[in-house]
Design a protein around this ligand. Sequence first.
Ligand code: KG4
Ligand code: ZN
Length: 342
Amino acid sequence: MKDNIDILAIESSCDETAAAVVRNGREVLSNVIYSQIDMHTVYGGVVPELASRAHIEKINPVIEKALSDAGMTLDEIDAVAVTYGPGLVGALLVGVAEAKAIAWAAGKPLIGVHHIEGHISANYIEHPDLKPPYLGLIVSGGHTHLVIVKDWADFEILGRTVDDAAGEAFDKVARAIGLGYPGGPKIDRVAKAGNPDAIVFPRAKVNKSVYDFSFSGLKSAVLNYLNHAAMTGEKVDQADLAASFQKSVVSVLVEHTINAAREHGIRQVAMAGGVASNSALRAAMQAACDREGLSLAIPSPIYCTDNAVMIGVAAFHEYEAGTRSGWDLNAVPGLRLGERGK
Ligand code: KG4
Ligand code: ZN
């Protein structure tokens, strides 16, 4: 009997081609990420056709490196896991086809993983004490969800964005103020030199549901501010604008999370997704959780943005629960949280 469960995980849902070997859902044996950001930067955002082609070119070398960094062969792997949704369909298909081929050829079980469940699971790497139930805030380029993680793969959605995702808002505002792509990290950096109270922007929220989010009104307010400044010849302070916009996003994310923790009597909070690497959000959420006496888990920035380690961690819990995907596993670009495809 083998003591450890070692999973080879593959992630290709957007613009990162990634592979990793994860032991027992906690220990990272390797983590290889080939980022396509430089290629997409010229176009100001991810170009799906280019992403798919780059995944095809890189996926084999990335997997080979993940295995060799872990000092393992495919024979020693217990299962092959892959993100099958949500994401760009052409990009997802590259990973899914590759994982199926590898698992079939090596006679290993195949486990399809939900990308967002992967993001949340990234917390288990550096927070071994974190166990459901807890409150999860997932903030990425494509998703903004506030959920109760009731069990390893059981989520109750309390709120979600009704329009742009948090990361999308960062990217669009960054483009509008001339910072370029990818916007999140650039706004984060520039905002450090700005005054977050310089410009009062509307809060990024909706009135319909207490825990839903809306970022498009905030984005329009930034665009209006820029237009007004252009017309009146007023100088725009990029750092003040970035800091003020960021404050509006961060305050709503923190407020909803704390209100939900109070209402549901939950004492543990975990954040995940690319925007969870934002320094202002990390600091504000930590301060709010400290005030409330809540524990807070946030992955290191490298495990916040897309990676395959988080997929290997989520897959371990699926593996333990007996989940196995069929050879007809398909990419599901619009897969919802908590939904099971094939
Ligand atoms: O999780 P992720 O890598 O991909 C998706 O699943 O979407 O998230 C990417 C998003 C982008 O919108 C990027 O601008 C944002 O995360 N992001 C940040 C930061 N780093 C990445 N947003 C704010 N501050 C950051 N430091
Ligand atoms: Zn992601």
